[in-house]
Design a protein around this ligand. Sequence first.
Ligand SMILES: [Zn+2]
Length: 257
Amino acid sequence: MFSTASRRVISGILAAAVIVGLAACAPERVPTASPSPSPSVTALPAPVDKVKSFFDKTKYSLDDPKSVWVINDKLRPLNPINYAPPDMVVAPVKHISTPLMRPAAAAAITKMFAASAAEGGGEMQIQNSYRSYSTQVNTHQYWVNQLGDKGADAQSARAGYSEHQTGWTADVASYPSKCDIQECFATTPQGKWLAANAWRFGFVIRYPKGKQAITGYIYEPWHIRYVGTYLSTEMHNTGILTLEEFFGLPPAPDYAH
Ligand SMILES: [Zn+2]
């Protein structure tokens, strides 16, 4: 029915189809990490809780300043140091200064403020959000002039080292204002609700209590960082409070020089 040449072509096509088929199936293979106790030939699917507990710590970059998981602390300046986010928007929420954030963070904080009001956490507003490199240069220089280098570092982040430069961060205040940018914000209804619920909307309290030796910053119950719900839920479930500890990065209590 077919010539030898045609048969070769057909068997070539079949072989290619098999290879493509295998490649397409590969990601669906059951992970071999959990050894099967039975010698049965048929591999059992991994238990549901095992599948759920797998968390991909390489899903997003920790270094790319555009990444939702970028980690900048006193040992990890943004690169480039004068990075500016490409896609800032104004979050449609109450605010003290213009609430500029990356779109995903702006959408999440809008949803979160509405949930807080609806669930008894009270009204919230944004005190500070995005700060550009040049704003931070000026702010830091102001403190250097006032207090010298050492005093300035204790008061304000150096330009390129502030999480506010990523567009993923906001300082949240209660509305009307009470204990703004002060530790007592944690005792307000808003501060309590935020601590308990921020993870549901993809935020973490970035500088938790008792973690200054790791994060480099005092307890800031008002400073939230958007990381997305994939990571915020995992941190909530595992009880790991800082990004440095979660990703196994070195503590960053101070600048390297
Ligand atoms: Zn802040």
